[in-house]
Write a protein that binds this ligand. Sequence first.
Ligand SMILES: Nc1ncnc2c1ncn2[C@@H]1O[C@H](COP(=O)(O)OP(=O)(O)OP(=O)(O)O)[C@@H](O)[C@H]1O
Ligand SMILES: [Mg+2]
Length: 501
Amino acid sequence: MTIETVVPRCAVRSLRKRYGGVQALDDVSIAFLPGEVHAILGENGAGKSTLMKILAGAESTDEGFVEIDGQEVRQASVKEANANGIAIVFQELSLYPDLDVLANLFANREPHRVGAVDRRAMARIAVPVLDELGLHTALDTPVEELALHDRQLLEIAKALITDVKVLILDEPTSSLSANETERLLGVIRTLRDRGVTTILVSHRLEEVSAIADRVTVLRDGRFVRTVPMAETTMTELVTDMIGRPPEDIPDLAHDEAVPVAGRGLRIRGISTARGLDAVDLEARPGEILGLAGLEDAGVQQLMHVVFGLVRPTAGEVEYPDGRGLPATARHAVRRRIALVPADRRRDGLMLEDSVEVNVSSVKAGVLGGYGFRLARRAMQSGAVDSMSSLKVKFGSLGNPVRNLSGGNQQKIVLAKWLQIDPAVVLLDDPTRGVDLGAKLEIYEVIRALAARGCTVLFSSSELDEYRHLCRRVVVFRRGRVTSLLEGDDVTQHRVLHAMNV
Ligand SMILES: Nc1ncnc2c1ncn2[C@@H]1O[C@H](COP(=O)(O)OP(=O)(O)OP(=O)(O)O)[C@@H](O)[C@H]1O
Ligand SMILES: [Mg+2]
């Protein structure tokens, strides 16, 4: 039987979707076969999430339709799509932070027992699914207390407890560690064996090539092609995505360091109540120092200390301005210390506010309470400058940030700090969910900051990134610094090894 004779499990036919001036999807048709893993690739803003939302009943279409098992269907909500066997894990997490793990898993669909919600019955269904995903947490933990990667796993668990025929995963691994990603890929393989169709959106090409049977590329809202994974190469796929052959990413690890005058960051004996144990390190002015470690190894905690969010129980930090720890994050901002947090939606953005307000917010903070009103003009032009250096696609300045694609939201978090000429920049996974082209742009921006004398601490869940940016990488384990990699030793393999041993 050839592919053409199989009735697709689901399909989209001639989809068109427009948002204001943006044609998010333009005549897109794709068939998804029973039991295949089908990856969707494309740059930030290519229309991937829009397509997924339409398939899952979360968004309407202007033209075209969705088909399931050869029949056209109308799905006015996620609930209706669920009833058709389609479940989605959104790119941006949609959990209720104040409810606990179990309540979130069954939100809007609790099994009832004479009026009362039956938590025991829910737990019986939930536990095997959580085990399979390796999410080890008490069922009554409030979701707001979970780390980002655990929330991401919980979203996936939520999709899996329903009886799915089609599972849509929109960048499910963007905050998962290598081990968690492996486990998720294992779960996807099991589902494939059961005949479930998985549609996977990811910017991580390695995992796409490891798991996908077929892949479809979108560019600027248009369908480029669908191809079996075995019949194409990474270079071809990237060329399809960006419309030209990819450039090599230069490594910085092997370059000679150019000394920059001034003071950097000196961290001495920092300990915290939750995690850090006598951490010493020094980052020079103009240096991009890598910080690597597994989840909870202490990298994020150290960044929070330096930004004034967490009070250490012991130790001192000396900053480029010669002063010690900032009393609060607000003080940190005034002293030109910047933090790009891993969880942009929770810590980095005001989603309902416009692009302009978001990009200008830090500068307004630096200028004080009246800053925003007084310097509006100047800030507007500054906002446009810092966004154009990152090539942010944002529609208009008044557009709420919520409407931007995931990768463009990430760029906004970075863009707002560019306006204050920071002295210290803390980057916690700054390229999460960002496409390859945009990554190169972000690398350029980080290097330019360092060349101006800024001290940068950089951490990434994609270990390959260190060698593009860092000459030195400090490795953390269980709250302590356990090794330092330099120059030729800054490789994906060495970093991974040092994190685990
Ligand atoms: N609700 C909305 N209102 C206005 N514009 C929107 C809305 N949703 C999406 N867009 C725009 O449609 C385009 C496609 O967005 P989409 O989220 O589908 O991109 P994507 O391929 O998922 O990108 P990313 O890789 O960054 O997540 C973008 O230009 C985006 O700004
Ligand atoms: Mg998206």
